[in-house]
Design a protein around this ligand. Structure first.
Ligand SMILES: NC(=O)c1ccc[n+]([C@@H]2O[C@H](COP(=O)([O-])OP(=O)(O)OC[C@H]3O[C@@H](n4cnc5c(N)ncnc54)[C@H](OP(=O)(O)O)[C@@H]3O)[C@@H](O)[C@H]2O)c1
Length: 185
């Protein structure tokens, strides 16, 4: 009897914890000092180490992106659930899921404890208010472009990790990895 009571109490506690847990929605971006992210539907720099880090962080997770970003890549990124946002109801893509609203995209990623928003500009603006974490690579340079990252309200975000890297033979610019967590008001 006592054993059953303790077991029921423990099971209820576990259920409550699981259902109240929210996903750690993470925006991942490489952005210049003047908030540039891309031009003519391409990246404007090549930072090999940053691309390697992007792969490490996102592998095994859901990645949510705009239709233009998807079409800037040769194919869906492997070892990740690719989710594409478009308003086009007949859009289809190989090895990728298609969503037409924010809610649909998030529900496709509901089982992932850390889904990633991987761009581009329109999609970052849509999801910034919902994100819990920002993995931001600040590229130390100014560029001309047509795609931008939205302005961050620094009062909403706390810098929790910073790692600086100098330019080198195969990295044209210096850059910093910055991790921000959403401030709970
Ligand atoms: N530096 C980085 O880390 C990084 C990362 C990713 C991308 N980028 C760059 O960003 C640029 C692309 O960004 P972008 O802003 O032009 O395009 P995007 O955000 O990749 O995609 C825009 C498209 O998303 C769809 N969309 C937007 N809002 C929607 C909504 N509310 N509901 C449903 N679908 C919606 C629309 O697709 P439809 O037109 O099909 O309806 C829209 O045309 C490229 O230059 C790329 O290289 C940079």
């Amino acid at each position: 009897m006592l054993y059953n009571l303790i077991l029921t109490f423990y099971l209820n506690l576990t259920l409550l914890k699981t259902t109240s847990q929210t996903n750690n929605l993470t925006l991942i971006v490489a952005v210049s000092e003047n908030n540039v992210i891309g031009k003519d539907n391409e990246l404007v720099w090549r930072l090999k180490n940053d691309l390697k880090r992007f792969k490490e962080l996102t592998s095994g997770h859901c990645i949510i992106m705009g239709r233009k970003t998807f079409e800037s890549m040769p194919k869906a990124l492997p070892n990740r659930k690719n989710i594409i946002l478009t308003r086009n109801r007949s859009y289809q893509a190989l090895d990728a899921f298609v969503a037409h609203t924010i809610e649909e995209a998030l529900s496709l990623a509901a089982d992932d404890p850390q889904p990633f928003i991987i761009g581009g500009g329109e999609i970052y603006s849509l999801f910034l208010p919902l994100a819990d974490t920002l993995e931001l690579t600040r590229v130390h340079g100014q560029f001309e472009a047509d795609a931008f990252f939205p302005e961050i309200n620094t009062q909403d975000w706390k810098l929790v990790a910073e790692e600086k890297h100098a330019a080198s033979q195969d990295q044209d610019f210096s850059y910093s990895y910055l991790t921000y967590k959403k401030q709970v008001q």
